[in-house]
Design a protein around this ligand. Structure first.
Ligand SMILES: [Zn+2]
Length: 706
């Protein structure tokens, strides 16, 4: 509600949202409707999107029990068509969901939806009428108690490796602590190994076993402080992360059951279907591609049971960590971190350091400034205005003691981490660095540097600041006898002057080694194409496959592992030699299975991805293709994500006879050429896309790569 105008309900990617309408008295309910904004008009980042799913409930009392009378879900095949939901295509839209002919009765109408990225709604209605004899199914919907929720309509598990099960929670805070009891029952064949729920570990749960399976019960007193400032209600997408493994035995329920009790409230037992994903060990792991979990907290990794095995199966070859959490005067912590890093390296993992230099410098100055007292010398960090006042942002001319301390800290972090790669996040001038024209220090420095335009002058400061950070990393690496790490910065891409300060094209490739556009969106067909097209456009401006995009993992709207797999292929087939992920909150076995599928298919051909050249392919009619070529071999991703055609027809120039293989199943698709504009017909009636390998007939089969 804070940065959208008008009487709209708006929240940024909060997950589950519950609303309730009081009709004043019990009425027969014929139809319920609710209108949302959608269309994700911002292509590269989380735009406004329709909810991923919506449920409608009725009750006679506000406190419930509520009964479910209608649902819509993007995850249910055919539901979008049934509701006439328009496909996001980069254009804003308004869409009203209608739930007609409900035939129910009640005084309270509950509406629950899963909010993707940003959600905005301005109107809902309830129409009176109908028979009123539909009772609906029991539910745990509530606007006065507490509910746990999952991020997809099913929960996902693997028999091969332990994977995280992320659980969210919505609730209303209590004045006084009340007893919260959460009981989770997994079917026989499945076990929870590790993790925690609202600061309680699995070890603290009571474990009982019966014919149904194993029940883990957590019991503690709480006021339920969920992270929603200034509000009595809260939603926490990361209420629990449990690590589980297995698959339900034959005859056992193929569902996870849970029940929540809070004070005298008792929810019904809710069953959520379990989907099993095989994630076997791959024959070939990626070595040159940079594959990691990105924004996954370093200290969480040792909690992941047998994490080295899990990472190998998924195709993760790099562990990421944030040194800012460890650069403390605590010898024990440092020792633990170094022991972990040594262990990771011994098992062949690369190490990537993620850091946000300058941010604490800015906060250090701003915090003391806001308080109006404290240590006034810290205000020197900020822009200096006439009359002794200061701005609220870091001053781009400031190179004083705290700046030197910050670059030194970065160097110490490199010496501690010994990273193969460094990713930085420098978001201190999101106001486009507006203060300098009012700053006496900036004005003096501009005069001294004899630069006429503010734009040019800011770029000069950006180059100076970045060079200081870059050299701090480089010299620390050299002193520790390390190769220069692969360095990139979040959102720094070609053709841009980031925040009007950092001229990327003047830094890449000598002082900046990779470019990191971000794709934070609820991936659907439109967004998958945006990923591929945007990366390819970036790649055209540079000479190597130095793209390393950030991808969302569902925080901006959940999607399937299969979709995630296509998102990764769009990266690899359009100039990316690695990727990073944000965030860690909704990572599950479904996404990890998609990750594993993409890396397993690509790993044997990673040289084409890392060293190859993107080439243009002519598509006749509908469909789209992305190709990467290296010497006589080519990878080709052919898509019809919208499922509009049965086949995609391509024209290829083939110098010698080549063989086409489908990399998903290794099947030989055909033999082509030689010739100019040879026709290749790719069937896509049963899949959204196909990944093909094209190469000389004698090159690959002998190596057993298919
Ligand atoms: Zn300044």
């Amino acid at each position: 509600m804070d940065w959208m105008q008008g009487p709209m309900l708006h929240q940024s990617y909060p997950g589950r949202v519950n609303l309730c309408v009081d009709l004043g008295a019990s009425h027969p309910v014929d139809e319920v409707g609710i209108r949302f904004l959608g269309g994700t008009p911002w292509d590269l980042t989380a735009g406004i999107d329709l909810p991923g799913w919506i449920e409608v409930f009725v009750a006679d009392e506000r406190r419930g029990p509520y009964r479910k009378i209608a649902t819509y879900s993007r995850f249910t095949p055919g539901d979008d068509e049934r509701h006439g939901v328009p496909r996001p295509a980069g254009q804003p839209l308004v869409f009203g969901f209608r739930f007609p002919r409900l035939g129910a009765r009640g005084r309270f109408i509950g509406i629950r939806f899963y909010a993707n990225s940003y959600v905005a709604t301005d109107e809902l209605y309830v129409l009176r009428g109908g028979t009123g004899d539909v009772s609906g199914e029991p539910s745990d919907f509530s606007v006065s108690e507490v509910q746990m929720f999952f991020h997809k309509p099913a929960v996902h598990v693997s028999p091969d490796i332990a994977t995280p099960l992320p659980i969210g929670c919505v609730g209303v805070r209590s004045e006084k602590p009340k007893s919260l009891v959460v009981a989770l029952t997994v079917p026989k064949g499945v076990r929870i190994l590790q993790g925690g729920l609202y600061a309680q570990s699995v070890g603290e749960a009571t474990v009982t076993e019966d014919a149904q399976g194993i029940t883990y019960t957590w019991r503690f007193d709480t006021t339920l402080k969920l992270p929603r400032k200034g509000s009595q209600t809260g939603s926490d997408k990361a209420f629990a992360r449990l690590y589980w493994i297995g698959q339900p035995d034959e005859g056992a329920p193929q569902a996870l059951r849970h029940q929540v009790m809070w004070g005298d409230y008792r929810s019904p037992v809710i069953e959520t279907p379990i989907v099993v994903h095989e994630i076997p060990e791959p024959k070939i792991s990626p070595r040159r591609l940079r594959t990691s979990l990105g924004w996954w907290r370093f200290q969480d990794t040792p909690l992941w049971p047998d994490w080295k095995k899990a990472f190998r199966h998924v195709g993760i070859n790099t562990v990421c960590g944030f040194p800012k959490q460890y650069i403390v005067d605590d010898a024990k912590t440092l020792q633990r971190v170094q022991a972990f890093l040594t262990e990771a390296r011994e098992f062949g993992f690369h190490v990537e350091m993620i850091d946000n230099p300058l941010r604490r410098l800015w906060i250090k100055g701003a915090r003391h400034n806001r308080a109006g007292q404290g240590r006034p010398e810290h205000r020197e960090i900020l822009c200096q205005f006439e009359g002794g006042r200061t701005g609220t942002r870091l001053c781009p001319s400031y190179r004083g003691r705290f700046f030197r301390e910050e670059t030194a800290r970065l160097g110490r972090a490199v010496a501690l981490f010994r990273p193969d790669a460094i990713t930085m996040d420098i978001e201190v001038w999101s106001d486009q660095c507006a203060d300098p024209p009012k700053c006496t220090r900036c004005r003096a420095r501009k005069q001294e540097q004899r630069i006429a335009s503010w734009d040019e002058w800011k770029k000069r400061q950006g180059i100076e600041i970045w060079s200081a950070l870059y050299e701090a990393c480089g010299s620390a690496a050299a002193e520790s006898a390390l190769a220069t790490p692969d360095i990139g910065v979040f959102e720094w891409t070609t053709g841009e002057v980031f925040h009007t300060v950092f001229p990327i094209d003047e830094l890449y490739p000598e002082r900046l080694h990779n470019l990191q556009p971000r794709f934070y969106a609820p991936f659907g067909p439109h967004h998958l194409r945006v990923i591929g097209r945007h990366l390819r456009a970036q790649r055209r401006r540079i000479d190597r496959n130095d793209l390393k995009p950030w991808l969302g993992t569902g925080d901006f709207g959940p999607f399937t592992g299969e979709t995630f797999h296509y998102a990764l292929l769009e990266c690899f087939l359009n100039g990316a030699r690695g990727f990073l992920l944000y965030s860690n909150r909704t990572l599950d076995a479904d996404l990890l299975a998609g990750y594993a599928r993409a890396t397993r298919t690509i790993a044997p051909f990673e040289n084409i991805v890392v060293d190859g050249e993107p080439i243009d392919v002519t598509v006749e009619g509908m469909g789209r293709a992305s190709a990467m070529k290296l010497d006589s071999q080519m990878l080709l991703l052919v898509e019809d994500y919208d499922r509009e055609v049965d086949e995609v027809r391509l024209r290829l120039n083939v110098a010698d006879e080549v063989v086409v293989h489908d990399l998903d199943d290794g099947a030989k698709v055909g033999v082509l050429g030689p010739g100019k504009a040879v026709l290749l017909t790719v069937p896509v009636h049963d899949v959204p896309a196909r990944l093909l390998h094209i190469g000389p007939s004698d090159s690959q089969e002998s190596e057993g790569q298919f």
